[in-house]
Design a protein around this ligand. Structure first.
Ligand code: 26W
Length: 741
């Protein structure tokens, strides 16, 4: 089948034709949204051709396939990156120019799928782009949340949350695949029945939820691979409310419809903080079960019931513990549906599933109440019990009599299901996401497991896709680099190292500075549009953009700014490099302290703005609703990147990489991947300060530091803290600020 050409002329024809066919109007009368949809579906047509071919190849593919399970995929907009990966950017640009369409306006019309909170979800999205570009057969699997992460508005100096109805205008990039719908069962009771000399387990009186997949193509860069992001949507097994059950008074059964509908409704907004909500557990099992049922079906299509081949032919990577129920679920499928015995099933499962840990914060480690699991997933609970029994017997042999240690390592202990223990014990690999984080997992978080099974532990330092985070978001820098070292780095990013000699090249550095200025203007355009503000383009841009969390220490940054403000106000001769501090951060709606920190930053910003003298050198800009698109504008414009986490707490960080890749310098602690960055860029380009992880941990172990001592000994800090509560910073609400200090 010949591929349709996508030269400039056919792109133009396609856009005009689509607007005529779907909107019944001419290009001149079309809205930006309509034009966006026509442009996007033109690009989609191109991907579809490749997708069809890729699916054809798939049918005879007998190699290994990866399933990447993640409760979050923070994809960001697709149009630009898809055009880039298809190498159609030039044709599209020229076509739009000739049609009189403004590319930057059109891009903005795409709703951003915010199906993630932060680092974990964005990493999953970067991995998908890379897996396709490296031509590895993979499928990303997640939930198709109807509402993504809340949108943040800043009103009266505070964060206000608004729901994110991202599907309002439809989603050009997805295709429903109802033929792959599967049933997921909740609640009920397990019957044990003797059949042909073996005990079988049957669930009765359960509630069914149908999982319907929606697929999004993920096209690799300059290659034929198109992988899939499969997003499961929950639907009731019946189309409408069961009126029969309703009128018979069986409300619960009648409302099954609602239970199903609610599962894929909304993404939980907590980042690095765990709460034992039943609906969340339901979400986790829902997409994990649906994915594994599909994966086993696909395996059988390829290899029949030769399940001993399974670990060779598929690998299930679980992104943190959230999809950890994949472990008992695969056991269930192999035993209850395929008739395998326990030992055989367990040998397969523990060689097929691998686990990545993304956090060591104890408040983020998932533990589910046993009663909740038992009631919602009775058969899964039975399997967990048996796994735990066997595990504890093994632990007893290794650590005879050491009940404390065994309880710490068990899957079930103190009426809770410990997901991290389940994942470490039952998978073939546990990896950290940076070298330091890997060491902490071995020596601290999972030290007892490490002593027993050291071969399972490793680290794989996170990465980012340079296609989105350099080639697409900083086109001028991309062209400058290409001018210097050619374009081989598009496919081999290691080659960026060839730029090293250009650090001494005056002409190159001048062009680099010019691009930075241009990017600051672009940033201002975005800011003016989003919140009717601009930053001083001749100031140093100093950015801290990430979820708001105490361990990330936005408060430390704010306190520093506060002290700078006082210095400027106190000393008429005080000078410094004029600096605009840019913040981008959402606080989890229930995280009181995080929200207070936002109030403090916004109040400081106002305080500075009221003083003409301070404003000559100092600004704070809080970018509302920090999301992938905001990051794509902030990062290329930034001179200094703030990576201030308390050492030992940030597993890796990936924002740190994005800023450096766009030529910002870094100030930060020896934490997460800052360590590797320091090794790569040298101490001249990353300014390291503060305690190291071991010292910080030792201090925490001794009961922490004494803030009062610092308050008493440091006059500048004392003054700033006092101003928080004496009405200087927050004239209207001194008590709220007081809670911070
Ligand atoms: C259940 C509540 C919850 C929600 C999200 C617990 C934990 C999480 C994530 C694991 C938090 C997260 O996103 N971690 C980040 O993962 C990134 C990718 O590996 C790392 O770069 C960040 O350092 C880490 O904080």
């Amino acid at each position: 089948m010949p591929l349709t050409s996508f030269d400039k002329e056919s792109i133009k024809q396609s856009i005009v034709g689509k607007i005529q066919r779907y909107n019944g109007r001419t290009l001149a009368d079309a809205t930006d949204q309509q034009i966006y949809q026509a442009v996007a579906s033109t690009i989609r047509d191109q991907i579809m051709q490749k997708w069809v071919a890729a699916r054809e190849r798939d049918k005879t593919y007998m190699g290994k396939r990866l399933y990447y399970l993640s409760v979050e995929f923070l994809m960001g907009r697709s149009l630009h990156c898809n055009a880039l990966n298809l190498c159609s950017m030039e044709n599209v640009r020229e076509a739009l120019l000739e049609l009189g369409i403004n590319w930057r306006h059109i891009i903005r019309e795409e709703p951003e799928p915010g199906l993630g909170n932060g680092g974990l979800g964005r990493l999953a999205a970067c991995f998908l782009d890379s897996l396709s570009s490296l031509e590895m057969p993979a499928m990303g699997c997640t939930i198709r949340y109807e509402y993504g992460l809340f949108r943040q508005r800043l009103v009266d100096g505070q964060q206000v949350e608004i729901s994110d109805n991202w599907l309002e205008n439809g989603n050009t990039w997805e295709v429903a695949a109802p033929e792959d719908t599967v049933e997921v069962r909740f609640d009920g009771h397990v019957d044990m029945v003797q059949e042909n000399g073996r005990t079988n387990f049957r669930l009765r009186d359960y509630h069914s939820v149908m999982a319907v997949p929606y697929d999004m193509p993920i096209a690799g860069y300059d290659c034929d691979t198109v992988n899939t992001l499969r997003m499961w949507r929950a639907r009731s097994p019946r189309d409408n409310m069961d009126f029969g059950a309703f009128s018979a008074g069986n409300y619960e059964k009648a409302l099954e419809q609602d239970m199903a509908a609610v599962i894929s409704k909304v993404l939980y907004p907590e980042d690095n903080h765990y709460e034992g909500k039943r609906l969340r557990l339901t979400q986790h099992y829902f997409f994990t079960s649906a994915t594994l049922q599909y994966a086993v079906k696909d395996f059988k299509r390829r290899f029949g019931t030769r399940f001993n081949l399974l670990p060779e032919k598929m690998v299930v990577q679980i992104n943190d513990t959230h999809p950890g129920l994949a472990i008992p679920e695969l056991m269930r499928i192999l035993m209850d549906e395929e008739g395998l015995g326990w030992d055989e099933a367990q040998a397969i499962v523990s060689r097929t599933i691998a686990y990545t840990n993304h956090t060591v914060l104890s408040e983020a480690l998932e533990k589910w109440p046993e009663q909740m699991v038992k009631q919602l997933l009775p058969r899964i609970y039975m399997i967990l019990e048996e796994m735990n029994r066997r595990l504890c017997a093994r632990l007893w042999n290794a650590f005879p009599g050491d009940w404390d240690k065994i309880a710490k390592m068990a899957i079930l202990a103190y009426d809770q299901v410990h997901m991290a223990n389940l994942c470490v014990a039952m998978t073939f690999s546990t990896n950290g996401v940076s070298r330091l984080h890997g060491e902490i997992l071995k020596n601290d978080t999972f030290r007892d497991y490490y002593s027993l099974m050291p071969e399972k532990f490793s680290y794989i330092t996170n990465g980012i896709t340079h296609r989105r985070w350099l080639m697409a978001c900083n086109t001028h820098l991309r062209d400058l680099i290409t001018e210097a070292i050619g374009d081989k780095w598009y496919k081999e990013p290691e080659r960026l190292e060839e730029l090293t000699p250009f650090a001494e090249d005056k002409a190159f550095c001048e062009k680099f500075a010019e691009i930075k200025r241009f990017n600051k203007q672009q940033f201002n355009r975005m800011l003016a549009m989003r919140q009717d503000m601009t930053a001083e383009e001749d100031f140093l841009f100093d950015s801290q953009c990430k979820r708001l969390h105490e361990y990330k220490r936005q408060l430390l940054n704010a306190l520093h700014i506060h002290v700078l403000y006082n210095r400027i106000m106190d000393d008429p001769n005080y000078t410094m490099v004029p600096r605009v501090f840019i913040f981008g951060a959402k606080a989890s709606p229930g995280y009181y302290k995080a929200k207070l920190i936002i109030r403090y930053i916004l109040a400081l910003s106002k305080l500075i703005d009221r003083s003409p003298r301070a404003r000559r050198m100092l600004r704070i800009i809080f970018v509302e609703n920090y999301d992938v698109s905001a990051a794509e504008a902030i990062i290329p414009a930034t001179d200094l990147s703030e990576q201030l986490s308390t050492a030992g707490k940030e597993a890796s960080g990936t924002g740190n990489m994005k800023f450096m890749m766009n030529g910002a310098l870094t100030i930060g602690t020896m934490d997460g991947a800052n360590v590797e960055i320091h090794e790569q860029v040298g101490a001249d380009n990353i300014y390291i300060f503060g305690m190291r992880a071991d010292t910080a941990a030792a201090l925490e172990h001794e009961g922490g530091y004494n803030p009062m001592q610092i308050f008493e000994n440091n006059a500048e800090i004392r003054r700033a803290l006092t101003q928080m509560i004496d009405g200087t910073v927050l004239p209207d609400s001194p008590t709220a600020a007081g809670a911070l200090s």
